[in-house]
Design a protein around this ligand. Structure first.
Ligand code: FE
Length: 181
C-alpha cells in the first residue's frame, strides 16, 4: 500500500505540471503582446505580427518598432491602405533621386523590405506596390506613406545576424557590405 502522503504529493505535483502546461500553451497561442506609440505587435519567437495605428507613417513607425525591439537584421512584408505616398526613383546615369508624391486613397498590394545596419544604425530598405480606385498601380522605393485604414505587417528577424551597408560611390547607393572582417 502506497503511503497516502506520497499519493497526495504526486497528485499535487501533477496539478502543478498541468497548470504550467496550460499557461505555456495559452502564452504560445497568444504570443507576447507589445505596444508602441504608433504600433501594436504580437511576437512569436523570431516573427512579429504588427498593426500600425491609423494615420501613422509607415517608414517612421516600422523604424521605431525595429529600434525598440533592437532588430539588426530581418525581412519586412505587409499590406494595408494609404492616402498619401512618396516614392523615390534613382537615376543611375545622373545618380540623382526623383521623388514623387501620390495623394489619393490606395491599397498596398505588396510591401517588401529588409532590415540592416548602416554606421551601426538601423536601416530599413522598403519597396511598395499600390493600387488606386481605377485599379491602376504605382510602385517604387518607399520614402514615406500615411496609413488610412488597415496596416498589417510582418517582420521576421535573423537571429545573431549582422548585415551591414556602406555607400558605394560608383553606384551612388548604400549597398550591402560583405567585406571580410
Ligand atoms: Fe530601393
Amino acid at each position: 500500500m502506497i503511503n497516502p502522503r506520497i499519493l497526495f504529493f504526486i497528485f499535487n505535483a501533477l496539478i502543478v505540471i498541468l497548470a504550467l502546461f496550460l499557461i505555456f500553451k495559452i502564452n504560445g497561442e497568444y504570443g507576447k503582446v507589445i505596444h508602441g506609440t504608433s504600433w501594436d505587435a504580437k511576437q512569436y519567437g523570431n516573427k512579429y505580427i504588427i498593426s500600425l495605428k491609423n494615420h501613422s507613417e509607415i517608414v517612421e513607425s516600422l523604424t521605431d518598432f525595429v529600434k525598440t525591439q533592437k532588430i539588426k537584421a530581418g525581412k519586412i512584408s505587409g499590406i494595408g491602405a494609404v492616402n498619401s505616398v512618396t516614392l523615390r526613383f534613382f537615376n543611375p546615369e545622373t545618380k540623382q533621386y526623383v521623388d514623387k508624391t501620390f495623394s489619393e486613397q490606395m491599397e498596398i498590394s505588396n510591401l517588401t523590405g529588409n532590415i540592416s545596419l548602416k554606421d551601426n544604425l538601423e536601416y530599413l530598405h522598403i519597396h511598395i506596390t499600390l493600387g488606386n480606385s481605377e485599379y491602376n498601380s504605382v510602385a517604387g522605393h518607399l520614402l514615406n506613406a500615411k496609413i488610412n485604414g488597415a496596416a498589417e505587417f510582418e517582420i521576421e528577424t535573423y537571429q545573431n545576424a549582422k548585415i551591414e551597408r556602406k555607400f558605394d560611390s560608383e553606384i551612388g547607393l548604400n549597398v550591402y557590405d560583405f567585406a571580410d572582417r
